[in-house]
Design a protein around this ligand. Structure first.
Ligand code: NAD
Length: 249
């Protein structure tokens, strides 16, 4: 029970086979009370069946500043305190450079970067009030490799940005007892690409991974638990690679 008595906000926690949902399950098993945040009504309704009280779900677009502040205030009121943020909501697109219009670029950056930033900004005062806390931001190997088989330049930009943002937060918030780390997942076999990844693409990715397979949301949840709990009490500003050994040279 690594998170007994803690309240954890998990953004992008709606999707049934997502990293956020798997993290919510694991955190709840470890005693945390969960505030699941997502902008997908249907996914949230499904999540609400699994996460009954004391857990709660909140509809919120992380790219919308007023929704973010209203939601975080509501979470603080409902739970009385906030201890952990898993900054996980994200979107991806396979568009190539010539096909990315301004609206698509803004959608990826506003969700993945501005959204992550604004949620952290709204949560930090609540962590300070607790005299500490932990934030985990979900990056991607795309930010380290320059995209990959699916995510392209705008996605890679956003995920590289998240690593820098997490380090800057870590530097600035260390004196407040707030640790901030990033996790960089390799490709998972879930619904993130909304069916856009063919079996052939998956096989191609797996062939490049020393462990010979894609990752699972549960394996990412384990990394989030480590970084959100006191198990990692002297770790801040780190990026944890969870990618089956992709960077072994
Ligand atoms: N699945 C992968 O292969 C993979 C690899 C590397 C990194 N990641 C990252 O992991 C994170 C989670 O991805 P996942 O695999 O669980 O995908 P997913 O699509 O299953 O879950 C993402 C969730 O975020 C929600 N969301 C999207 N935009 C939102 C917004 N504006 N406001 C609130 N919620 C929003 C979606 O509704 C969804 O429930 C993402 O940041 C993604 O970039 C995923």
């Amino acid at each position: 029970m690594l998170l007994q008595g803690k309240t954890a906000i998990i953004t992008g926690g709606g999707a049934r086979r997502g990293i956020g949902r798997a993290t919510a399950r694991l955190f709840a098993q470890h005693g945390a009370e969960i505030a699941l945040v997502d902008n997908n009504k249907q996914a949230l309704a499904d999540a609400a069946k699994e996460f009954a009280l004391p857990h709660r779900v909140y509809e919120c677009d992380v790219a919308n500043r007023s929704q973010v502040h209203t939601t975080i205030d509501q979470v603080a009121g409902d739970f009385g305190h906030i201890d952990i943020l898993i900054n996980n909501a994200g979107v991806v697109s396979p568009s190539l450079i010539d096909d990315i219009d301004e609206a698509e670029f803004d959608h990826i950056i506003n969700t993945n970067i501005k959204g992550n930033f604004m949620v952290a900004q709204a949560v930090v005062p609540h962590l300070r009030a607790q005299k500490g806390g932990a934030i985990v931001c979900i990056s991607s190997v795309a930010g380290q490799l320059g995209g990959g088989v699916f995510g392209r330049s705008h996605y890679a930009t956003s995920k590289a940005g998240i690593m820098g943002m997490a380090k800057a937060f870590a530097r600035e918030l260390a004196a407040d007892g707030i640790r901030v780390n990033a996790v960089a997942p390799g490709t998972l076999d879930n619904d993130f690409t909304k069916g856009g990844m063919t079996d052939e693409m998956k096989a191609k990715i797996a062939a490049n991974v020393p462990m010979g397979r894609l990752g699972t949301p549960e394996e990412l949840a384990n990394a989030c638990l480590f970084l959100a709990s006191d198990m990692s009490s002297y770790i801040t500003g780190a990026t944890l690679d969870v990618n089956g050994g992709l960077f072994i040279h």
